[in-house]
Design a protein around this ligand. Sequence first.
Ligand code: ZN
Length: 121
Amino acid sequence: MATCRICRGIYPQEHLISGVGPRHLVCERCGIDRGYITADEASHLYSDEIRRARMIVIGRRFAPFLWIILGWSLWSLFFAGLPLWGKASLVILLLATLVVPVMYLLGGPKYQADLRRLSTK
Ligand SMILES: [Zn+2]
């Protein structure tokens, strides 16, 4: 690991550009910003499409937990007092709360594979 001289970010050694003088200890991102290298020479930077695709994969992985939290919040605020809808939505919420962690565990390998497919190496 090494620290970029310009942005103070800590990266693995291969994420820094090589060279002496102004190029010494500069990460690829700062190297592009300062014009030391071109975007084609940077081998560890994500393009916009890959970055977007990675965010979608990560969002798909963790969004169900946010929906569960939102669902329980809405239920306790609005539905808990209703006799019929309160019970029906409680059953749905309980099922979702039980199913989401299982789906999370089962989706782990696919998530890892997707992220690896969307990496630069
Ligand atoms: Zn930097």
